[in-house]
Design a protein around this ligand. Structure first.
Ligand SMILES: *Cc1c(COP(=O)(O)O)cnc(C)c1O
Length: 229
């Protein structure tokens, strides 16, 4: 089995290739290592291989890991679903929050962040229109973005999506193009958004070709997640 360092090297090479294959600009891409269900020691191993940004889905698990790794200069991103009673703690423990899809959540994160630098957030869009999925519907996105932009302790950076899983690159690509189009629409309305958080282990290269600026990669770095979680 390849090591975490070897996986990271391969992924970085792939990322650079995909940036070069982009039609549009060659804007840099942040590799976010998704460490949910992985141990602190594995995070440490990835950090030793040069990885500094990590994404977590579960608050308590993340807080435990942060305590065990507080000697490292890690930038922590919260990428899981956000319960409103957890907003205070999320705002205090993370630099970025990717899954904001309601004004109420944004307001609560904003209020909890008053004494720190602004929280970097992405609005999660339900791009495949699945009933069960979290994320704001594309039709409601413009209004939500306008309201969130008014909050002083939040910096709206862009959009995030978790598209319906598919191995079909044509479908993958069409979802990413939809996301890029939504971002462009918001910027035409005067927003200054620079972030598209799309792409995971099985589709990050396609995502980058279509404009991803953050890819959230878990299993391609750490291997399959331990099944019991
Ligand atoms: C788990 C997770 C990922 C990483 O998924 P992989 O397929 O392991 O790369 C990315 N984003 C979110 C929101 C996740 O929950």
């Amino acid at each position: 089995m390849p090591s975490i360092a070897e996986n990271l090297t391969l992924i970085r090479t792939n990322i650079n290739q995909s940036i070069n294959a982009r039609k549009g600009g060659h804007q840099a891409v942040m590799l976010l290592a998704v460490s949910k269900a992985q141990t602190s020691n594995l995070v440490r191993e990835a950090y030793a291989a040069g990885q500094t940004c990590f994404g977590e889905n579960y608050l308590q698990e993340a807080i435990n890991k942060q305590a065990e790794l507080n000697d490292l200069k890690i930038e922590w991103h919260f990428i899981g679903p956000i319960q409103s009673n957890k907003t205070q703690s999320i705002a205090q423990h993370f630099e970025w929050v990717h899954g904001v899809d309601r004004l109420k959540i944004a307001q609560r994160l904003n209020d909890a962040r008053a004494h720190q630098t602004p929280l970097q957030i992405c609005l999660q869009v339900n791009i495949s229109g699945e009933e069960s999925k979290s994320g704001v519907n594309p039709e409601e996105l413009i209004t939500l973005a306008q309201e969130v932009t008014k909050l002083p302790h939040i910096k709206l950076r862009g959009l995030m999506a978790i598209p319906e899983p598919t191995e079909d690159p044509t479908i993958q690509r069409s979802q990413f193009i939809k996301m890029r189009t939504l971002l462009e629409q918001l910027n035409q309305l005067g927003h200054q958004l620079d972030t598209l958080s799309i792409g995971m282990s099985n589709d990050y290269m396609v995502a980058i070709e279509e404009g991803a600026t953050i890819v959230r990669v878990g299993s391609a770095i750490f291997g399959a997640r331990p099944s019991k979680h």
